[in-house]
Design a protein around this ligand. Structure first.
Ligand SMILES: O=C(O)CCC(=O)C(=O)O
Ligand SMILES: [Fe+2]
Length: 304
Protein backbone atom coordinates (compact mmCIF):
# COMPACT_ATOMS: atom_id res chain seq x y z
CA UNK A 1 0.00 0.00 0.00
CA UNK A 2 1.29 3.46 -0.88
CA UNK A 3 1.46 5.82 2.04
CA UNK A 4 1.79 9.55 2.19
CA UNK A 5 1.12 11.99 4.98
CA UNK A 6 -0.66 15.27 4.19
CA UNK A 7 -0.52 16.30 7.87
CA UNK A 8 3.21 17.14 7.58
CA UNK A 9 3.10 18.67 4.11
CA UNK A 10 2.70 22.35 5.01
CA UNK A 11 4.68 24.39 7.49
CA UNK A 12 3.65 27.90 8.44
CA UNK A 13 6.76 29.65 9.54
CA UNK A 14 7.91 33.03 10.71
CA UNK A 15 10.24 34.50 8.09
CA UNK A 16 12.48 36.05 10.71
CA UNK A 17 12.94 33.18 13.19
CA UNK A 18 15.00 30.03 13.08
CA UNK A 19 13.28 26.69 12.70
CA UNK A 20 12.73 24.67 15.83
CA UNK A 21 14.05 21.13 15.84
CA UNK A 22 10.51 19.92 15.40
CA UNK A 23 9.99 22.10 12.33
CA UNK A 24 13.25 20.92 10.77
CA UNK A 25 12.25 17.32 11.38
CA UNK A 26 8.86 17.89 9.83
CA UNK A 27 10.39 19.25 6.63
CA UNK A 28 12.87 16.38 6.35
CA UNK A 29 10.16 13.84 7.04
CA UNK A 30 7.77 15.33 4.52
CA UNK A 31 10.43 15.39 1.79
CA UNK A 32 11.30 11.79 2.53
CA UNK A 33 7.71 10.50 2.84
CA UNK A 34 5.75 12.76 0.49
CA UNK A 35 8.59 13.85 -1.79
CA UNK A 36 7.69 17.47 -1.09
CA UNK A 37 7.32 20.10 1.61
CA UNK A 38 5.71 23.52 1.35
CA UNK A 39 6.94 26.23 3.70
CA UNK A 40 4.64 29.22 3.89
CA UNK A 41 6.00 32.66 4.74
CA UNK A 42 9.59 31.46 4.38
CA UNK A 43 10.77 34.76 2.94
CA UNK A 44 9.88 38.18 4.35
CA UNK A 45 7.66 40.56 2.36
CA UNK A 46 10.58 42.99 2.08
CA UNK A 47 12.93 40.41 0.60
CA UNK A 48 10.23 39.10 -1.74
CA UNK A 49 9.57 42.58 -3.01
CA UNK A 50 13.29 43.18 -3.75
CA UNK A 51 13.65 39.78 -5.41
CA UNK A 52 10.58 40.32 -7.54
CA UNK A 53 11.79 43.70 -8.77
CA UNK A 54 15.21 42.30 -9.58
CA UNK A 55 13.74 39.25 -11.34
CA UNK A 56 11.53 41.46 -13.48
CA UNK A 57 14.47 43.63 -14.48
CA UNK A 58 16.97 40.91 -15.35
CA UNK A 59 14.41 38.69 -17.11
CA UNK A 60 13.55 41.64 -19.32
CA UNK A 61 16.92 43.27 -19.92
CA UNK A 62 19.62 40.88 -18.76
CA UNK A 63 22.35 42.37 -16.59
CA UNK A 64 25.19 44.74 -17.44
CA UNK A 65 25.47 47.57 -19.87
CA UNK A 66 27.26 47.64 -23.19
CA UNK A 67 27.72 45.38 -26.15
CA UNK A 68 29.42 42.13 -25.18
CA UNK A 69 29.13 42.97 -21.53
CA UNK A 70 25.63 41.79 -20.91
CA UNK A 71 24.52 38.66 -19.09
CA UNK A 72 21.68 37.37 -21.23
CA UNK A 73 18.05 36.70 -20.47
CA UNK A 74 16.08 34.13 -22.40
CA UNK A 75 12.60 35.10 -23.42
CA UNK A 76 9.82 33.30 -25.24
CA UNK A 77 6.06 33.14 -25.35
CA UNK A 78 5.85 30.91 -22.29
CA UNK A 79 8.74 32.03 -20.08
CA UNK A 80 11.32 34.72 -19.55
CA UNK A 81 14.37 33.54 -17.63
CA UNK A 82 17.64 34.80 -16.24
CA UNK A 83 20.20 32.18 -15.24
CA UNK A 84 22.62 34.04 -12.98
CA UNK A 85 20.53 35.02 -9.93
CA UNK A 86 23.39 34.61 -7.46
CA UNK A 87 25.73 36.73 -9.52
CA UNK A 88 23.50 39.78 -9.56
CA UNK A 89 21.19 39.68 -6.56
CA UNK A 90 22.26 40.18 -2.98
CA UNK A 91 18.71 39.39 -1.86
CA UNK A 92 18.91 36.04 -3.68
CA UNK A 93 22.19 35.31 -1.97
CA UNK A 94 20.75 36.15 1.43
CA UNK A 95 17.84 33.81 0.81
CA UNK A 96 20.17 31.02 -0.24
CA UNK A 97 22.73 31.46 2.53
CA UNK A 98 20.07 31.61 5.23
CA UNK A 99 20.99 28.91 7.75
CA UNK A 100 17.35 27.69 7.69
CA UNK A 101 17.60 26.76 4.02
CA UNK A 102 21.13 25.42 4.29
CA UNK A 103 20.45 23.16 7.25
CA UNK A 104 17.16 21.98 5.76
CA UNK A 105 18.94 20.93 2.58
CA UNK A 106 21.77 19.33 4.53
CA UNK A 107 19.25 17.17 6.37
CA UNK A 108 17.95 15.78 3.09
CA UNK A 109 21.03 15.79 0.84
CA UNK A 110 23.89 15.32 3.29
CA UNK A 111 26.75 17.75 3.98
CA UNK A 112 28.28 18.04 0.57
CA UNK A 113 25.53 19.21 -1.74
CA UNK A 114 25.90 21.82 -4.45
CA UNK A 115 23.83 23.94 -6.85
CA UNK A 116 23.76 22.66 -10.36
CA UNK A 117 21.37 25.15 -11.85
CA UNK A 118 19.45 28.27 -10.87
CA UNK A 119 17.22 30.85 -12.49
CA UNK A 120 14.79 33.65 -12.04
CA UNK A 121 11.74 32.67 -14.05
CA UNK A 122 8.65 34.51 -15.19
CA UNK A 123 5.81 32.34 -16.50
CA UNK A 124 3.53 34.24 -18.85
CA UNK A 125 -0.22 33.67 -18.78
CA UNK A 126 -1.32 31.04 -21.28
CA UNK A 127 -4.26 28.89 -22.23
CA UNK A 128 -2.84 25.39 -22.59
CA UNK A 129 -1.04 22.84 -20.49
CA UNK A 130 2.49 22.68 -21.89
CA UNK A 131 3.92 19.79 -19.93
CA UNK A 132 1.99 16.95 -18.34
CA UNK A 133 3.00 14.98 -15.25
CA UNK A 134 6.66 14.00 -15.52
CA UNK A 135 9.77 13.61 -13.43
CA UNK A 136 13.05 15.53 -13.83
CA UNK A 137 16.01 13.27 -14.59
CA UNK A 138 17.83 15.27 -17.21
CA UNK A 139 20.34 17.99 -16.83
CA UNK A 140 21.54 20.77 -19.10
CA UNK A 141 20.61 19.41 -22.49
CA UNK A 142 23.45 21.25 -24.23
CA UNK A 143 26.01 19.48 -22.05
CA UNK A 144 24.40 16.07 -21.57
CA UNK A 145 22.25 15.54 -24.64
CA UNK A 146 19.32 13.27 -23.82
CA UNK A 147 20.99 11.23 -21.08
CA UNK A 148 18.85 10.55 -18.03
CA UNK A 149 20.36 10.73 -14.56
CA UNK A 150 18.79 8.92 -11.65
CA UNK A 151 20.68 10.92 -9.01
CA UNK A 152 18.70 12.32 -6.12
CA UNK A 153 18.05 16.03 -6.42
CA UNK A 154 16.00 18.60 -4.60
CA UNK A 155 14.52 21.53 -6.40
CA UNK A 156 13.48 24.66 -4.57
CA UNK A 157 10.91 27.08 -5.91
CA UNK A 158 10.52 30.37 -4.09
CA UNK A 159 7.31 32.13 -5.09
CA UNK A 160 7.80 35.84 -5.71
CA UNK A 161 4.19 36.59 -6.66
CA UNK A 162 0.95 35.41 -5.08
CA UNK A 163 0.05 32.34 -7.11
CA UNK A 164 -3.68 31.79 -7.52
CA UNK A 165 -3.52 29.76 -10.73
CA UNK A 166 -0.72 27.96 -12.49
CA UNK A 167 0.88 26.75 -9.29
CA UNK A 168 3.12 23.76 -9.04
CA UNK A 169 1.36 20.36 -8.85
CA UNK A 170 2.88 17.23 -7.31
CA UNK A 171 1.67 13.69 -6.70
CA UNK A 172 2.84 12.68 -3.25
CA UNK A 173 5.08 9.71 -2.69
CA UNK A 174 5.62 8.84 -6.33
CA UNK A 175 9.39 9.43 -6.26
CA UNK A 176 10.50 5.81 -5.99
CA UNK A 177 8.12 4.11 -8.38
CA UNK A 178 8.08 6.85 -11.02
CA UNK A 179 11.89 6.84 -11.16
CA UNK A 180 11.99 3.10 -11.89
CA UNK A 181 9.30 3.41 -14.56
CA UNK A 182 10.99 6.35 -16.24
CA UNK A 183 14.54 4.99 -16.20
CA UNK A 184 13.34 1.84 -17.97
CA UNK A 185 11.91 3.81 -20.89
CA UNK A 186 13.97 4.46 -24.02
CA UNK A 187 15.68 7.89 -24.10
CA UNK A 188 13.40 10.65 -25.26
CA UNK A 189 10.15 8.89 -24.35
CA UNK A 190 7.74 10.82 -22.14
CA UNK A 191 6.40 9.47 -18.87
CA UNK A 192 3.47 7.17 -19.79
CA UNK A 193 0.13 8.76 -18.99
CA UNK A 194 -1.35 5.46 -17.85
CA UNK A 195 1.33 5.17 -15.14
CA UNK A 196 0.37 8.47 -13.50
CA UNK A 197 -1.66 7.62 -10.39
CA UNK A 198 -4.62 9.96 -10.67
CA UNK A 199 -7.11 7.73 -8.86
CA UNK A 200 -6.66 9.32 -5.42
CA UNK A 201 -7.34 13.09 -5.53
CA UNK A 202 -5.98 13.58 -2.00
CA UNK A 203 -2.59 12.49 -3.18
CA UNK A 204 -2.32 15.31 -5.76
CA UNK A 205 -1.51 18.75 -4.48
CA UNK A 206 -1.62 22.04 -6.29
CA UNK A 207 0.53 24.68 -4.67
CA UNK A 208 -1.39 27.90 -5.18
CA UNK A 209 0.17 29.93 -2.39
CA UNK A 210 1.27 33.42 -1.51
CA UNK A 211 4.54 35.10 -2.42
CA UNK A 212 7.27 34.11 0.05
CA UNK A 213 6.27 30.44 0.00
CA UNK A 214 9.09 27.96 -0.51
CA UNK A 215 8.47 24.62 -2.20
CA UNK A 216 11.12 21.91 -1.75
CA UNK A 217 10.68 18.68 -3.67
CA UNK A 218 12.38 15.51 -4.81
CA UNK A 219 12.58 15.87 -8.59
CA UNK A 220 11.75 12.17 -9.04
CA UNK A 221 8.17 12.68 -7.90
CA UNK A 222 5.53 13.22 -10.59
CA UNK A 223 4.82 16.91 -11.09
CA UNK A 224 3.80 19.60 -13.53
CA UNK A 225 3.14 23.33 -13.58
CA UNK A 226 -0.53 24.22 -14.05
CA UNK A 227 -1.75 26.83 -16.51
CA UNK A 228 -1.02 30.33 -15.16
CA UNK A 229 -3.81 32.83 -15.75
CA UNK A 230 -1.61 35.57 -14.34
CA UNK A 231 2.11 36.18 -14.47
CA UNK A 232 4.02 33.95 -12.07
CA UNK A 233 7.52 34.88 -10.90
CA UNK A 234 9.81 32.46 -9.07
CA UNK A 235 13.39 31.85 -8.08
CA UNK A 236 14.32 28.26 -8.92
CA UNK A 237 17.39 26.47 -7.58
CA UNK A 238 18.33 22.80 -8.08
CA UNK A 239 20.57 21.03 -5.58
CA UNK A 240 22.43 17.75 -6.07
CA UNK A 241 24.87 15.59 -4.17
CA UNK A 242 28.57 15.83 -4.93
CA UNK A 243 28.68 12.56 -6.88
CA UNK A 244 26.01 13.78 -9.30
CA UNK A 245 26.77 12.01 -12.58
CA UNK A 246 25.71 14.67 -15.06
CA UNK A 247 28.06 17.23 -16.47
CA UNK A 248 27.44 20.61 -14.92
CA UNK A 249 28.74 24.06 -15.58
CA UNK A 250 29.65 26.37 -12.72
CA UNK A 251 27.04 28.52 -11.01
CA UNK A 252 28.57 31.99 -10.91
CA UNK A 253 28.05 34.03 -7.77
CA UNK A 254 29.15 37.31 -6.32
CA UNK A 255 31.54 36.87 -3.44
CA UNK A 256 30.83 40.34 -2.07
CA UNK A 257 27.23 39.35 -1.29
CA UNK A 258 28.36 36.81 1.29
CA UNK A 259 28.68 37.77 4.93
CA UNK A 260 31.65 36.42 6.91
CA UNK A 261 29.51 34.05 8.97
CA UNK A 262 28.00 32.60 5.79
CA UNK A 263 31.30 31.57 4.23
CA UNK A 264 30.97 28.05 5.58
CA UNK A 265 28.14 27.57 3.06
CA UNK A 266 30.21 28.49 0.02
CA UNK A 267 30.70 24.84 -0.90
CA UNK A 268 27.30 25.00 -2.61
CA UNK A 269 28.96 26.84 -5.49
CA UNK A 270 31.75 24.31 -6.00
CA UNK A 271 30.90 22.41 -9.12
CA UNK A 272 32.11 18.81 -9.09
CA UNK A 273 35.51 18.44 -10.68
CA UNK A 274 34.30 16.47 -13.68
CA UNK A 275 33.51 19.66 -15.53
CA UNK A 276 36.17 22.22 -14.70
CA UNK A 277 35.43 25.83 -15.56
CA UNK A 278 38.23 25.95 -18.12
CA UNK A 279 36.81 22.94 -19.96
CA UNK A 280 33.41 24.54 -20.05
CA UNK A 281 34.82 27.71 -21.51
CA UNK A 282 36.88 25.85 -24.08
CA UNK A 283 33.99 23.79 -25.41
CA UNK A 284 32.24 25.13 -28.44
CA UNK A 285 29.26 26.05 -26.31
CA UNK A 286 30.23 29.68 -26.16
CA UNK A 287 30.96 31.81 -29.21
CA UNK A 288 34.63 32.74 -29.53
CA UNK A 289 33.80 36.43 -29.18
CA UNK A 290 32.33 35.96 -25.68
CA UNK A 291 34.95 33.58 -24.32
CA UNK A 292 37.42 36.10 -22.93
CA UNK A 293 34.73 38.21 -21.28
CA UNK A 294 33.18 35.15 -19.66
CA UNK A 295 36.59 33.85 -18.58
CA UNK A 296 37.46 37.03 -16.78
CA UNK A 297 33.98 37.27 -15.27
CA UNK A 298 34.24 33.77 -13.86
CA UNK A 299 37.81 34.33 -12.68
CA UNK A 300 36.72 37.45 -10.84
CA UNK A 301 33.79 35.72 -9.20
CA UNK A 302 35.39 32.49 -8.13
CA UNK A 303 38.90 33.82 -7.76
CA UNK A 304 40.86 31.50 -10.10
O1 LIG B 1 7.65 25.43 -12.40
C1 LIG B 1 6.80 24.53 -12.29
O2 LIG B 1 5.70 24.70 -11.72
C2 LIG B 1 7.12 23.15 -12.79
C3 LIG B 1 7.92 23.13 -14.05
C4 LIG B 1 8.63 21.84 -14.26
O3 LIG B 1 8.17 20.81 -13.94
C5 LIG B 1 9.99 21.82 -14.82
O4 LIG B 1 10.53 22.90 -15.12
O5 LIG B 1 10.60 20.74 -14.90
FE1 LIG C 1 9.76 19.20 -14.01
Amino acid sequence: MVTYDPSILYLNCNASSSFSEEEENQITESISKNGICIIRNFQSAESVSTLKKEAELVCKFGYGIGIGNNLPYVSGQLFSEFRFPYLVSEAAMQYLMDHRLMSTLRNSLGDDFFIHHSLFQISHPRKEQILDFHIDCGSQKALNKKTKFDDYRIRSILYLTDVTSGGFSYIMNTHEKALKTFMNLPDGELFPEDQVPLDDPNRIINVNEKAGTLVLFNTHGLHRGEIPKETRIVLNTWFAQRDFKATVNPTPFNYSFIKPHQKEHLHVFNSPSHYPTEDFINQNLIPQSSKNKIKSMIRKTIGI
